[in-house]
Design a binder for this molecule. Structure first.
Ligand code: C2E
Ligand code: CA
Ligand code: CA
Length: 582
């Protein structure tokens, strides 16, 4: 069997026993042909000994071409691929083609990748007589593939793993944790107000910030966890071993403080806060598929309740998320199908019930035709995109109604509209509102905007205050809604520039609680009078409350005692009757 050179998978091309001149020439021709090939070509015995090897094979595997061969092929391979080689050899020995990827590292450290193809050569009886092993250098192809993989799995800007890499890493981490009885903690981190930074300082600055943040995260977590960038300003950290809840909080706090250090670029400096939601499998979620969602839910919750800080996921959060998602969906339906309409609640003079104003309150019809209240979609008021559309549709309907009443010659009273903080986030509330008022030809003095106290002291207050100034300058009045439940102190309320205070209905309903309830009502009126503001008592439900309010000097009230909010047509009738009763 010594020099049997195989062709494909049939019988050998020539027989070694016939050493005549012709055969020797053919043998040399074959050898020359094989040596000319850049592929490494080996002929192996079925039990894996080298029978012949071409020039390329000898130099790749460091074999002397004059050695006479006979050595074990597997022992020539680098140790780490011998297992794959053995498997392929067994397969070829059983008569099947086999393939595996090999790797060799030269003395000077250069790595070469080989695609090894083992083809069994059968004799006339169909027995495997020898095995042809062709190894092709696929280093270029492999490095192109590696490059491609890097490009598709690493973030170009920060050069850390991207979402795709994160997903496969998390899967692997969970698989290992399940097998080794460990836990996996996921931290979903998000920079606060990054969009604002990008908009105000430019995207070069924003890019620089992201690079610095990625570097700081990698440094802080080295040896402890894995870091990936999921999207613009979102990062994920995976800790693939069991750590306590206290340690998780500590890790998150460390991340927050490292990110909070000033970031400088081109003479500008910024300090950023970060919000982090965390979840751990199997403690906070028993289903590993839910881990990403749970950390995200915790993050959204912390973002919603003001930014910055850490929150570990607990099952109660998911319930509130489901409720929020349902509310958002309902709101989206109402917006898309133009199902939103204003109902109007009268504001009256307490003494004689005379109509002095209207408050427009949102109502909408559901897909089953039921009339629904704002409480059914309150999460939408916290959602910037939705609340903007809701506000827009409400204003359009209200202004159209006023326009219609004007055209009918009805005696108009001021109409107030409620505004939510999210509507001021693009800093164009006043402009949009004024443009609409102009479009419908409405006297600005007929419009009042109700805002709440926390809107002028909380996050984003500067936009609200600017809008208030602009609106007031055009004759629109501003009311401070639910007054007394917020943050106001006597000293700062005068800076708010509001025209009306609406005393929250909780104070009106506490009137029956003897002297204490009355004292608050009295104090609120005194405060408003000192500041030169009008006062409206909200939620007047009983005649007794009305009488007490009158006694205390209140003039205007609103509540179920007089009327709930009613439809446009009902209000129209009321306005008509007001005219005839004059
Ligand atoms: P709000 O601005 O304080 O509105 C008064 C709420 O109290 C209304 O509830 C009204 O129906 C209710 N109410 C009026 N009189 C009485 C009474 O005598 N007793 C009791 N128990 N309740 C009374 P509604 O319409 O369900 O609105 C709830 C909240 O939803 C509003 O509170 C307001 O914050 C918000 N909202 C309503 N419409 C809009 C809107 O168009 N835009 C925005 N951003 N928020 C709105
Ligand atoms: Ca209101
Ligand atoms: Ca109110």
């Amino acid at each position: 069997m010594t020099n049997t050179l195989p062709t494909a998978v049939s019988s050998p091309p020539f027989d070694d026993s016939k050493h005549d001149k012709g055969h020797l020439e053919t043998l040399h021709a074959y050898k020359a042909m094989l040596d000319a090939s850049i592929d490494c070509i080996n002929i192996l015995t079925p039990d894996g000994r080298v029978v012949n090897m071409n020039q390329s094979g000898c130099s790749a595997l460091g074999v002397d071409p004059h050695s006479g061969f006979g050595m074990e092929w597997l022992l020539l391979l680098p140790e780490e691929i011998r297992k794959a080689g053995k498997k392929a050899l067994q397969k070829a020995r059983s008569g099947e083609n086999a393939q595996f990827l090999g790797k060799s590292i030269s003395e000077w450290g250069e790595t070469t990748f080989w695609d090894n193809l083992l083809t069994p050569v059968l004799d006339e009886q169909g027995t495997v007589e020898s095995i042809l092993c062709v190894s092709r250098n696929v280093t270029q192809q492999c490095s192109a593939e590696t490059k491609l993989r890097h490009l598709s799995e690493f973030d170009e800007l920060t050069n850390i793993p991207n979402r795709r890499h994160f997903q496969s890493y998390l899967k692997k981490a969970l698989r290992i944790a399940k097998a080794t009885d460990q836990s996996v903690t996921l931290l979903h981190a998000d920079l606060d107000h990054f969009k604002l930074l990008n908009d105000t300082r430019g995207s070069y600055f924003g890019d620089h910030v992201l690079k610095v943040v990625a570097k700081r995260l990698i440094k802080k977590l080295s040896g402890l966890g894995y870091v990936a960038r999921l999207s613009s300003d979102e990062f994920a950290i995976i800790i693939p071993q069991t750590i306590s809840t206290e340690e998780i909080t500590q890790v998150a706090q460390n991340i927050i403080s490292t990110v909070a250090k000033p970031i400088n670029h081109n003479g500008q400096s910024v300090r950023l806060s970060m919000s982090i939601g965390t979840a751990t499998w199997p403690y906070s979620v028993d289903n590993s598929d839910m881990l990403t969602k749970a950390a995200n839910v915790a993050l959204s919750d912390i973002k919603q309740n003001g930014c910055g800080g850490v929150l570990q996921y607990h099952s109660q959060l998911m319930k509130s998320v489901t409720r929020i998602a349902e509310q958002l969906e309902l709101a989206q339906y109402a917006i898309d199908h133009h199902k939103i309409e204003p109902y109007y609640q009268p504001k009256v003079r307490l003494g004689d019930g005379q109509l002095v104003g209207l408050e427009a309150l949102l109502r909408f019809t559901t897909s089953t035709g039921e009339l629904a209240f704002p409480g059914a979609i309150c999460a939408a008021f916290e959602n910037r995109a939705l609340v903007e559309k809701i506000g827009e549709q409400m204003r359009t309907r209200v202004f159209k109604d006023i326009q219609a009443w004007t055209e009918k010659g009805l005696k108009l009273v001021p109409v107030s509209l409620n505004a939510s903080p999210g509507e001021f986030m693009w800093d164009d509330y006043a402009e949009k509102c004024l443009a609409q008022i102009k479009h419908y030809g409405i006297d600005p003095r007929l419009i009042e905007i109700e805002i709440t106290e926390h809107m002028i002291v909380g996050h984003g207050a500067e936009f609200v205050i600017r809008a208030i100034k602009e609106l007031r300058a055009q004759g629109i009045s501003i009311a401070l809604d639910d007054f007394g439940t917020g943050y106001s102190t006597l000293s700062n309320i005068k800076d708010y520039s509001v025209d009306v205070i609406k005393v929250d209905r909780s104070f009106v309903s506490s009137l029956h609680q003897g002297r204490e309830g009355k004292a608050i009502i009295k104090a609120l009126l005194l405060l408003a009078n000192c500041l030169g503001m009008d006062v409206v008592a909200e939620g007047v439900e009983e005649q007794e409350q009305c009488d007490t309010l009158i006694d205390e000097g209140y003039v205007i009230g609103q509540g179920f005692l007089f009327s709930p909010a009613v439809s446009m047509t009902q209000i129209e009738k009321l306005l008509e009757s007001e005219m005839t009763s004059e």
